[in-house]
Every structure is written in structure tokens, then in C-alpha cells.
Write a protein that binds this ligand. Sequence first.
Ligand code: SF4
Length: 188
Amino acid sequence: MNFDNNLDLMNSLANDIKTCKLCQLSNFRKNAVPGEGGFKKKLMIIGEAPGYYEDQVGRPFIGAAGKILRNILKKYCIDEDDVFITNIVKCRPPNNRQPKKEEKDLCIRYLETQIELLQPRLICILGNIASSYILGLKSLTRERGRIIEKRNKNYFITYHPAATIYNRELLSTFENDIKKLGEIINNN
Ligand code: SF4
């Protein structure tokens, strides 16, 4: 299976997400955010949930944190055509609160289907919330910056770029992790 073969299924899934009313977040959203990207290097990046700007236009990672992520990805030779970027929860929680467990439990079916259709070579998970939900990790600090194999999939964990806005000391570690991610994706 590859992205090209599954483009129709991905588009149909995106339409399901845009009209989904499974959880209460559908009452607050302007636009659901299914995810985007060319996926040429079979890399998938997963964050927590859309924020204000993402909700306005239905695209992932386009606010301040998204700009940090996209700029650093580009610096290390990962551009928008190489990666599919999405979140665990596809609709913005009000006031950017963390998504609730029941919201994640209802929405995860979409992410699972995206992973099944795309068959990523590597899945990069951003931040504590996403890594503890998907992998059950207790400590992002201890596990970040290296490949973790779980359930026949390869994961790479790093900070959420939003964390680098609030704590500037994390920025160089985040950048080093993305540099390593670029080396893995571009050299294998
Ligand atoms: S967050 Fe997910 S489950 Fe909830 S309404 Fe949006 S797409 Fe549906």
C-alpha cells in the first residue's frame, strides 16, 4: 500500500472527518483539520490537536508553533511534500484546552485509519500528551530523540514545538531532534 494508491481513501476519510459529529468538539469547531502533506518520504508527524489558526482554515500546524516546526523541518531537508502532518484529535478544543480522554478515544479511529492507509516508515510524535496517549510513555524527556519500535512500527519522539515557545531552552534540543529525524529520513 502507498499514498498514491490510497489517495481516494484518504480524501474520503478527510471528508468524513470534516463532517464528523462523534464528539462534542464538533460543536465548537469552525473547521476540522484532517491533516496534509505529500508523504514522499513516508514520514508522518502527529501532534495533539488543532489550535486557533488551524481551526480557522482547516490546516494543521500553521500557527506560531507550526511555523517553528515547518521552518526547522525545512532546514533539515524535510519539506511539505515529504511528510503527512496531523493530530490525534482533529477538531480544536475550546480555548486550546487539552483534549479530554473521551474525545481522544472517539477520534483515534481516524488517526488509526490514516496510519493503516499511509503505512509510514517512521512516525514522529510531538509532545507529552500525544506520546503518552499513543505509546503510553511516562517520560518524554527520557525517550525523545531516538527510534522506538512498538507494535511493528517505528516511532520517534520529540517535544511539541509549542513547548519551545514557552521554554526557549527546549528549542535547541528540539532542533537537534529534528536534525536527527532528517538524517534518518534522508539517509535510509
Ligand atoms: S474531534 Fe474527532 S471525533 Fe470529535 S468531532 Fe472532531 S473529528 Fe469527530
